[in-house]
Unconditional design. Structure first.
Length: 69
């Protein structure tokens, strides 16, 4: 995450990181430090993600709504 965020086209943008298991926690921490959006798919017990969404289907629906706004 940090490597990407200092290079074009990502430099100067807000990072968004979506993950679904323990291996994504480092990504959530990095994105939080950059004041980005960290979102966990599935149960949010003991996560560094600031947001949780119930399922991959719910994530796709949310992203679709964002692109239509």
């Amino acid at each position: 995450v940090n490597w990407f965020m200092v290079r074009p086209p990502f430099a100067g943008r807000v990072p968004v990181f979506v993950g679904d298991d323990r291996t994504d926690e480092d990504g959530f921490v990095a994105v939080n430090a950059l004041h980005g959006v960290a979102m966990r798919v599935g149960p949010g017990d003991h996560t560094e993600a600031g947001f949780c969404i119930a399922s991959p289907l719910a994530l796709r629906e949310w992203l679709t709504k964002l692109t239509r706004s």
